[in-house]
Design a protein around this ligand. Structure first.
Ligand code: UDP
Ligand code: MN
Length: 474
């Protein structure tokens, strides 16, 4: 049961050119399915929308609801500043930021408020059900014995993963990160940790920022299995990106995040990112705040919140894998989980920009990207599989030998590149010793720190390479 003294909440809904039906679906579901005594106000925060229905018609319509208000930015501010503009007029001790195309379900708010009332340094989120972007059907999250939690990799993109519930499915689950479309936080803690970074543009990275700093500055992020909110997942983001592209806006925000919160571990992000030359503006105030609050280091975060993070510095080679006979051809594969097992690892012209050509050779003879590990498939092919448990299986075990061949011991085959006028084929074949089976690859660890707890655990295992190297599954 929940506490009887749950605090009141201000619900803040940022919107930029949202459709009438989806915006009102959000508002009405909140009005219908949240106990009125808990709702101090619902604040619709407009990011200088251009659509006509979001002006007079919206104001006329909501005037019938006492608790619903509109505030507006005169100029496009992006979602972070829009949320903050709504926050500025909010008054309740707890705030919830929720997207403008959601449907909350009965009982959604109580678990969030209950946790925050227990400890006001908890940042809480719920389970996101799917509202389909094509027909707006509500598709509930499939409940089983696992909880979704938020995580990330070194690209600093939000990712879902699942962990087994430890007993009761109603118990809070600690989560390394959270998704941006539902964030509940106390006013006190939000103010203390510096709200969101107003230097972020348009979209992205703020959910990781609030997650990292909640953990590192004395709080925590929790995923609550009994709070369900549906969210429309769109095929693409519908609004414009000013004079920039979506990618470059996000890269810039992520770089600000890296500079303020990642310490030395930022190099692992920078090794991957194309937009690292971006002008990120001034972050000195954000760093000063972090110092003033005496927040923990990113290494502390890794050890305590995401101990199984993939650490590139623990690997033995890094970079592109370039063929010795066909010197402009590199091994190439997408690290997208949805195609793992379906596409083969193949080749492409070397482009020198990391991306799909950045490979590491690590413990267990894993050859990997951030998420995908090589595995032999159908005798002579290589595919990617998620690097989780069971990495130490012969199918996934490769060697980069002194003679520059990449050797699959179990099948006793070498990585071979065949090229003719029509095709370029990468496969595992009998070793010939010829240059089309030799590869240039940086020997030595990629630059970057290794957390002390990992070094300790490796020493404890006395040189045994089976120290926990698993990633992404928690
Ligand atoms: N948003 C905004 N200004 C922007 C971009 C987005 O106010 O420049 C709002 C948007 O209407 C939504 C929320 O911020 O309510 C999150 O954006 P979106 O839903 O597009 O992101 P997604 O959920 O697809 O990641
Ligand atoms: Mn959204």
């Amino acid at each position: 049961m929940f506490r009887t003294d749950l605090p009141e909440v201000s619900i803040i809904i940022p919107f930029r050119d949202e459709a009438w039906s989806t915006l009102l679906r959000t508002v009405h579901s909140i009005l219908n399915r949240t106990p009125p005594h808990l709702v101090r106000e619902i604040i619709l925060s407009d990011d200088a929308s251009t659509m006509e229905h979001l002006h007079r018609p919206l104001e006329d319509y909501i005037s019938q609801f006492e608790k619903v208000k509109v505030v507006r930015l005169k100029e496009r501010g992006g979602l972070i500043r829009t949320r903050l503009n709504g926050y500025a007029i909010s008054t309740a001790p707890v705030v919830v930021f929720i997207d403008s195309h959601c449907e909350v379900t009965k009982g959604w708010i109580e678990p969030l408020l209950d946790r925050i009332a227990t400890d006001d340094r908890i940042v809480a989120t719920g389970i996101m059900d799917v509202i389909e972007g094509t027909n707006f059907k509500y598709r509930p999250y499939q409940i089983d014995d696992t909880s979704p939690i938020g995580t990330f990799d070194w690209r600093l993109l939000f990712k879902w993963t699942r962990v087994k519930y430890e007993g009761d499915r109603t118990a809070p689950v600690k989560s390394p990160t959270l998704i941006g479309c539902l964030i509940a936080i106390s006013r006190r803690f939000f103010d203390e940790i510096g709200r969101f970074d107003e230097g972020y543009f348009i979209w992205g990275a703020e959910n990781l920022e609030i997650s990292f700093k909640a953990w590192m500055c004395g709080g925590r992020v929790e995923q609550l299995g009994c709070s369900h909110v549906g969210h429309v997942y769109k095929g693409r983001l519908p609004y414009n990106w000013g004079n920039s592209s979506q990618g470059s806006v996000l890269d810039r925000n992520l770089l600000r995040l890296t500079e303020v919160w990642l310490d030395d571990y930022g190099v692992y992000h920078k090794q991957l990112c194309n937009g690292c030359a971006a002008d990120i503006g001034d972050v000195s105030e954000r760093i000063a705040l972090r110092n003033k609050l005496q927040c923990q280091s990113f290494e502390w975060y890794l050890e305590n919140v995401k101990p199984d993070m993939f650490i590139p510095g623990e690997c033995f080679t890094h970079g592109e894998i370039r063929n010795k006979q066909h010197k402009s051809i590199c091994v190439d594969a997408s690290d997208e989980e949805s195609i793992f097992g379906k596409l083969h690892v193949s080749v492409y012209g070397c482009h020198g920009r990391a991306g799909n050509q950045l490979w590491y050779l690590c413990n267990y003879g894993q050859i990997r990207r951030l998420r995908g590990c090589w595995a032999q498939q159908h005798e002579s092919n290589i595919t990617l599989t998620i690097c989780d448990d069971n990495n130490d299986v012969p199918r996934k075990h490769f060697e980069y030998r002194e003679d520059d061949t990449i050797y699959h011991a179990d099948s006793r085959k070498c990585l071979d590149l065949y090229v003719d006028s029509k095709s370029r084929i990468l496969s595992l074949l009998e070793c010939t010793g010829k240059d089309n089976q030799k590869w240039t690859w940086n020997r030595g660890s990629p630059p970057g720190p290794i957390p002390k707890y990992r070094i300790r655990s490796r020493e404890k295992n006395n040189g045994d390479d089976s120290a926990n190297e698993n990633d992404e599954t928690n």
